[in-house]
Design a protein. Structure first.
Lengths: 131, 108
Protein backbone atom coordinates (compact mmCIF):
# COMPACT_ATOMS: atom_id res chain seq x y z
CA UNK A 1 0.00 0.00 0.00
CA UNK A 2 -0.83 2.50 -1.29
CA UNK A 3 -2.29 0.94 -4.41
CA UNK A 4 -3.40 3.30 -7.16
CA UNK A 5 -5.31 1.68 -10.01
CA UNK A 6 -5.87 3.86 -13.04
CA UNK A 7 -8.72 2.57 -15.18
CA UNK A 8 -8.22 3.84 -18.73
CA UNK A 9 -9.71 3.09 -22.15
CA UNK A 10 -7.74 0.57 -24.20
CA UNK A 11 -4.74 2.08 -25.98
CA UNK A 12 -5.40 5.56 -24.64
CA UNK A 13 -2.33 6.11 -22.46
CA UNK A 14 1.16 5.48 -23.90
CA UNK A 15 3.92 3.79 -21.93
CA UNK A 16 5.82 7.07 -21.50
CA UNK A 17 2.71 8.66 -20.00
CA UNK A 18 2.07 5.69 -17.74
CA UNK A 19 5.65 5.83 -16.47
CA UNK A 20 5.37 9.58 -15.91
CA UNK A 21 2.08 9.20 -14.03
CA UNK A 22 3.58 6.43 -11.87
CA UNK A 23 6.54 8.61 -10.97
CA UNK A 24 4.33 11.63 -10.28
CA UNK A 25 1.97 9.59 -8.09
CA UNK A 26 4.94 8.25 -6.13
CA UNK A 27 6.35 11.75 -5.65
CA UNK A 28 2.96 13.11 -4.56
CA UNK A 29 2.10 10.27 -2.22
CA UNK A 30 5.48 10.31 -0.52
CA UNK A 31 5.47 14.10 -0.33
CA UNK A 32 2.05 14.12 1.32
CA UNK A 33 2.49 11.20 3.66
CA UNK A 34 6.21 10.57 4.16
CA UNK A 35 5.85 6.92 3.10
CA UNK A 36 8.86 5.15 1.53
CA UNK A 37 8.78 5.21 -2.28
CA UNK A 38 8.96 1.43 -2.59
CA UNK A 39 5.53 1.10 -0.97
CA UNK A 40 3.74 3.03 -3.72
CA UNK A 41 2.08 0.80 -6.33
CA UNK A 42 0.57 2.22 -9.50
CA UNK A 43 -1.25 -0.01 -11.98
CA UNK A 44 -2.97 0.83 -15.24
CA UNK A 45 -5.97 -1.28 -16.13
CA UNK A 46 -7.59 -1.19 -19.54
CA UNK A 47 -10.63 -2.85 -18.07
CA UNK A 48 -14.15 -2.32 -19.28
CA UNK A 49 -15.35 -1.29 -15.85
CA UNK A 50 -18.52 0.69 -15.30
CA UNK A 51 -17.36 3.94 -13.77
CA UNK A 52 -19.02 7.31 -14.17
CA UNK A 53 -16.18 8.55 -16.41
CA UNK A 54 -13.98 6.85 -19.06
CA UNK A 55 -10.90 7.42 -16.89
CA UNK A 56 -11.03 6.57 -13.20
CA UNK A 57 -8.55 6.58 -10.33
CA UNK A 58 -9.32 3.85 -7.79
CA UNK A 59 -6.93 4.26 -4.90
CA UNK A 60 -6.47 2.20 -1.75
CA UNK A 61 -4.60 3.55 1.25
CA UNK A 62 -3.98 2.85 4.90
CA UNK A 63 -6.75 4.25 7.07
CA UNK A 64 -6.04 6.86 9.70
CA UNK A 65 -5.10 10.04 7.88
CA UNK A 66 -7.04 13.27 8.27
CA UNK A 67 -9.78 14.25 5.86
CA UNK A 68 -7.64 17.22 4.83
CA UNK A 69 -4.65 15.06 3.90
CA UNK A 70 -6.85 12.61 2.00
CA UNK A 71 -8.57 15.35 0.02
CA UNK A 72 -5.29 17.07 -0.84
CA UNK A 73 -3.74 13.78 -1.88
CA UNK A 74 -6.60 12.89 -4.23
CA UNK A 75 -6.65 16.39 -5.69
CA UNK A 76 -2.89 16.36 -6.35
CA UNK A 77 -2.96 12.88 -7.90
CA UNK A 78 -5.85 13.70 -10.20
CA UNK A 79 -4.20 16.97 -11.23
CA UNK A 80 -0.98 15.19 -12.15
CA UNK A 81 -2.85 12.55 -14.14
CA UNK A 82 -4.74 15.19 -16.12
CA UNK A 83 -1.60 17.22 -16.76
CA UNK A 84 0.42 14.25 -18.03
CA UNK A 85 -2.29 12.57 -20.10
CA UNK A 86 -4.25 15.60 -21.27
CA UNK A 87 -7.50 14.01 -20.12
CA UNK A 88 -10.18 16.57 -19.26
CA UNK A 89 -11.84 16.92 -15.87
CA UNK A 90 -15.15 15.84 -17.39
CA UNK A 91 -13.65 12.48 -18.40
CA UNK A 92 -11.81 11.70 -15.18
CA UNK A 93 -12.98 10.98 -11.66
CA UNK A 94 -11.57 9.13 -8.70
CA UNK A 95 -11.70 8.02 -5.12
CA UNK A 96 -9.44 6.77 -2.38
CA UNK A 97 -10.78 4.07 -0.13
CA UNK A 98 -9.05 3.04 3.06
CA UNK A 99 -8.46 -0.12 5.03
CA UNK A 100 -6.69 -0.99 8.28
CA UNK A 101 -2.92 -1.13 7.83
CA UNK A 102 -2.74 -4.28 9.92
CA UNK A 103 -4.57 -6.23 7.21
CA UNK A 104 -1.53 -6.05 4.93
CA UNK A 105 1.98 -7.49 5.08
CA UNK A 106 4.56 -5.95 2.79
CA UNK A 107 8.24 -6.79 2.70
CA UNK A 108 7.53 -9.39 5.39
CA UNK A 109 6.28 -6.76 7.84
CA UNK A 110 2.73 -5.90 8.90
CA UNK A 111 2.11 -2.32 7.80
CA UNK A 112 2.11 0.22 10.62
CA UNK A 113 -0.80 2.59 11.15
CA UNK A 114 -0.17 6.11 9.80
CA UNK A 115 1.81 7.98 12.44
CA UNK A 116 3.13 4.77 14.02
CA UNK A 117 5.90 4.08 11.50
CA UNK A 118 9.19 2.98 13.04
CA UNK A 119 12.78 3.58 11.92
CA UNK A 120 12.98 -0.13 11.10
CA UNK A 121 10.03 0.21 8.72
CA UNK A 122 11.48 3.24 6.96
CA UNK A 123 14.87 1.53 6.70
CA UNK A 124 13.28 -1.54 5.17
CA UNK A 125 11.42 0.57 2.64
CA UNK A 126 14.61 2.30 1.57
CA UNK A 127 16.42 -1.01 1.29
CA UNK A 128 13.61 -2.45 -0.83
CA UNK A 129 13.92 0.54 -3.15
CA UNK A 130 17.63 -0.03 -3.43
CA UNK A 131 18.32 3.27 -1.75
CA UNK B 1 -20.44 -19.01 -0.58
CA UNK B 2 -16.82 -19.66 0.40
CA UNK B 3 -15.65 -18.10 3.66
CA UNK B 4 -12.12 -17.51 2.40
CA UNK B 5 -10.95 -16.64 -1.09
CA UNK B 6 -7.76 -15.36 -2.71
CA UNK B 7 -7.02 -13.18 -5.72
CA UNK B 8 -3.40 -13.16 -6.83
CA UNK B 9 -2.10 -10.45 -9.13
CA UNK B 10 1.32 -10.72 -10.69
CA UNK B 11 3.38 -9.11 -13.40
CA UNK B 12 3.02 -10.71 -16.84
CA UNK B 13 5.46 -13.54 -17.52
CA UNK B 14 6.62 -13.72 -13.94
CA UNK B 15 5.07 -17.00 -12.80
CA UNK B 16 4.21 -19.89 -15.12
CA UNK B 17 1.06 -22.02 -15.04
CA UNK B 18 2.50 -25.07 -13.22
CA UNK B 19 3.89 -22.80 -10.50
CA UNK B 20 0.53 -21.08 -10.17
CA UNK B 21 -1.14 -24.42 -9.56
CA UNK B 22 1.40 -25.17 -6.83
CA UNK B 23 0.89 -21.74 -5.28
CA UNK B 24 -2.89 -22.20 -5.31
CA UNK B 25 -2.53 -25.56 -3.58
CA UNK B 26 -0.23 -23.93 -1.04
CA UNK B 27 -2.76 -21.19 -0.28
CA UNK B 28 -5.50 -23.77 0.17
CA UNK B 29 -3.35 -25.93 2.46
CA UNK B 30 -2.37 -22.96 4.63
CA UNK B 31 -5.99 -21.87 4.88
CA UNK B 32 -6.93 -25.33 6.02
CA UNK B 33 -4.11 -25.40 8.57
CA UNK B 34 -4.82 -21.95 10.01
CA UNK B 35 -8.57 -21.53 9.59
CA UNK B 36 -9.81 -25.11 9.20
CA UNK B 37 -11.35 -24.48 5.78
CA UNK B 38 -11.59 -27.37 3.33
CA UNK B 39 -9.22 -26.75 0.37
CA UNK B 40 -12.13 -27.34 -2.00
CA UNK B 41 -13.92 -24.36 -0.44
CA UNK B 42 -11.07 -21.89 -0.99
CA UNK B 43 -11.22 -20.38 -4.49
CA UNK B 44 -7.95 -18.96 -5.82
CA UNK B 45 -7.85 -16.76 -8.91
CA UNK B 46 -4.85 -15.33 -10.78
CA UNK B 47 -4.60 -12.27 -12.94
CA UNK B 48 -1.69 -10.70 -14.80
CA UNK B 49 -0.65 -7.08 -15.06
CA UNK B 50 0.64 -6.62 -18.64
CA UNK B 51 4.24 -5.58 -19.05
CA UNK B 52 4.53 -1.80 -18.85
CA UNK B 53 1.32 -1.42 -16.86
CA UNK B 54 2.57 -2.04 -13.31
CA UNK B 55 4.89 0.24 -11.34
CA UNK B 56 6.30 0.32 -7.85
CA UNK B 57 8.17 3.30 -6.47
CA UNK B 58 7.83 4.90 -9.91
CA UNK B 59 9.71 2.06 -11.61
CA UNK B 60 8.50 -1.08 -13.44
CA UNK B 61 7.19 -3.49 -10.84
CA UNK B 62 8.19 -7.08 -10.15
CA UNK B 63 5.78 -7.41 -7.23
CA UNK B 64 3.06 -10.01 -6.75
CA UNK B 65 0.00 -9.24 -4.66
CA UNK B 66 -1.95 -11.91 -2.82
CA UNK B 67 -5.28 -10.62 -1.59
CA UNK B 68 -7.27 -12.74 0.78
CA UNK B 69 -10.85 -12.09 1.87
CA UNK B 70 -12.24 -13.63 5.03
CA UNK B 71 -15.97 -13.54 5.58
CA UNK B 72 -16.69 -12.88 9.25
CA UNK B 73 -13.11 -11.86 9.96
CA UNK B 74 -10.41 -13.25 12.23
CA UNK B 75 -8.31 -12.01 15.14
CA UNK B 76 -5.13 -10.14 14.31
CA UNK B 77 -2.96 -12.96 15.68
CA UNK B 78 -4.60 -15.43 13.31
CA UNK B 79 -4.37 -12.98 10.42
CA UNK B 80 -0.65 -12.44 10.95
CA UNK B 81 -0.05 -16.18 11.20
CA UNK B 82 -1.92 -16.67 7.93
CA UNK B 83 -0.07 -13.86 6.12
CA UNK B 84 3.34 -14.95 7.38
CA UNK B 85 2.81 -18.55 6.28
CA UNK B 86 1.65 -17.33 2.87
CA UNK B 87 4.77 -15.18 2.54
CA UNK B 88 7.04 -18.10 3.39
CA UNK B 89 5.25 -20.49 1.04
CA UNK B 90 5.14 -18.01 -1.84
CA UNK B 91 8.83 -17.20 -1.60
CA UNK B 92 9.80 -20.87 -1.41
CA UNK B 93 7.73 -21.90 -4.43
CA UNK B 94 8.12 -18.85 -6.68
CA UNK B 95 11.68 -17.96 -5.72
CA UNK B 96 10.77 -14.31 -5.21
CA UNK B 97 12.21 -12.21 -2.41
CA UNK B 98 10.19 -10.87 0.50
CA UNK B 99 10.34 -7.42 -1.08
CA UNK B 100 8.55 -8.65 -4.18
CA UNK B 101 5.45 -9.77 -2.33
CA UNK B 102 2.45 -8.06 -0.76
CA UNK B 103 -0.03 -10.18 1.17
CA UNK B 104 -3.31 -8.97 2.59
CA UNK B 105 -6.07 -10.70 4.52
CA UNK B 106 -9.07 -8.48 4.92
CA UNK B 107 -12.25 -9.01 6.85
CA UNK B 108 -15.45 -8.80 4.85
Amino acid sequence: MPYYRCVVPEGSVAYEQRAAVAKAFTDIHCGNTGAPRSFVHVVFDEADDSWETPYFLDGGNRAGRSEEVRAELLDDLMGAFREITGVSSDDFSGRITEGPAKWTMEGGMVLPEPGEETEEWYSHGQAAAGG
Amino acid sequence: MSRVSFNCTMQEGQIDEPTRATLAAGLQQITQDVLGESPDDVPVTFSDIPSGFGFRGGEPSTTSLVRGSIVGGVTQDVREDLMRRICDMWMEISGCTVDDLVVSARDV
